[in-house]
Design a protein around this ligand. Structure first.
Ligand SMILES: NC(=O)c1ccc[n+]([C@@H]2O[C@H](COP(=O)([O-])OP(=O)(O)OC[C@H]3O[C@@H](n4cnc5c(N)ncnc54)[C@H](O)[C@@H]3O)[C@@H](O)[C@H]2O)c1
Length: 318
């Protein structure tokens, strides 16, 4: 797709971070944009940003894991704009960190429910409507570079993102006859509010095996403050959609990154590969841990987790 003028774009997570960047870039390109988000405060802030801009933005409060609410949101789009979107951005996502073996069912259900289930709900809700409208279109899903590999402290997230990559490959093969393109965006660090994703974690899925505190949240905020500007990221995505690319790895050395990663996979598929890859890792601690603030650790009650690098004073982990 090269011409965005007048097209309806539905962006989940559109009120913050990567999604907000997409809302800015694609409304600027002429789209009528729906920003759908679970957080009313994010929607309010985003709408006040767009108030004086000469662009068409429609907010919808939506939890993408709620299928009937998703169908109602799709009905609302058709009522407001007279047609379903031609552009769907599955952007909303959440994250939380801790050792894979400490993960609870709720850790999996929440993260996979939003990051994979939310994408599935977007596809099942909108794909038939887009096909019936007969105008073609494009679907972009925000995955992660983490979808290409496992992570010692990111199991639910990495699994969800790997599944999303695969799912989008399937939809890409399936949707081409309908003139609907598919793109998966796989960034590393984005300047966003994902560090505070746990604020949207539902009460019935609150049981976690990880150490999560205001200290770990503030540590994550400082990491994401260093991330890629969402406008720049949306620019990479827009070029990827224009060029009909299935994968967009938004870095100049993306080819080398992928080659290195697939060399790693090939090595792991040969005898001794696990030991060789382990030796390559300079830090023997689990990657992405910051022990002084307890980030990436199991909650202290899980004393069976072999956490030789765990911060010593349990006080710090509270
Ligand atoms: N921040 C990063 O470093 C990074 C890296 C790679 C991939 N990603 C992915 O980028 C996407 C966007 O995240 P971001 O970093 O911009 O974070 P963000 O928190 O700034 O934005 C995500 C938005 O999604 C909303 N959201 C969360 N759960 C929702 C739900 N159930 N229903 C509807 N909306 C919901 C949040 O309220 C928030 O406004 C996610 O899919 C994330 O996994 C982020």
């Amino acid at each position: 797709m090269k011409d965005f003028e007048g097209k309806v774009a539905f962006i989940t997570g559109g009120a913050s971070g990567a999604g907000f960047g997409q809302a800015k870039v694609f409304s600027e390109a002429g789209c009528k944009v729906v920003i759908a988000d679970i957080r009313q405060d994010h929607l309010d802030d985003a709408m006040s940003f767009f108030k004086d801009k000469n662009v068409h933005i429609h907010p919808i409060k939506l939890d993408i894991t709620d299928r009937s609410a998703y169908a109602a949101a799709a009905d609302e789009v058709e009522k407001v704009f007279g047609e379903p979107p031609q552009l769907l951005f599955n952007t909303a996502g959440v994250n939380t960190f801790g050792p894979a073996e400490a993960s609870t069912y709720s850790d999996f259900d929440w993260v996979i429910g939003v990051c994979l289930g939310g994408v599935i709900n977007g596809m099942v809700t909108f794909v038939p409507r887009m096909i019936k409208a007969g105008k073609g279109g494009h679907i972009a899903t925000v995955s992660s570079w983490g979808g290409f590999m496992g992570g010692a402290t990111t199991a639910p997230y990495s699994a969800a993102k790997a599944a999303v990559n695969n799912l989008m490959e399937s939809y890409n093969l399936s949707l081409r006859p309908y003139n609907i393109g598919v793109t998966v965006l796989c960034p590393m660090n984005i300047r966003s509010n994902i560090g505070e994703a746990v604020y949207t974690r539902p009460e019935h899925l609150a049981d976690t095996g990880y150490n999560v505190s205001e200290k770990t949240i503030s540590h994550l905020r400082s990491i994401h403050a260093q991330g890629m500007d969402p406008i720049e990221l949306a620019g990479w995505l827009k070029r990827g959609i224009e060029d009909d690319q299935l994968y967009v790895i938004p870095y100049a050395d993306s080819k080398q990154m992928l080659e290195d990663n697939f060399k790693r996979v090939i090595d792991l598929a040969t005898p001794g590969g696990v030991t060789r890859q382990e030796a390559k890792s300079k830090n023997k601690a689990r990657p992405y841990q910051a022990n002084d603030i307890g980030y990436g650790l199991a909650k202290t009650e899980l004393n069976w987790v072999d956490e030789s690098h765990r911060a010593k004073p349990t006080e710090e982990l509270k």
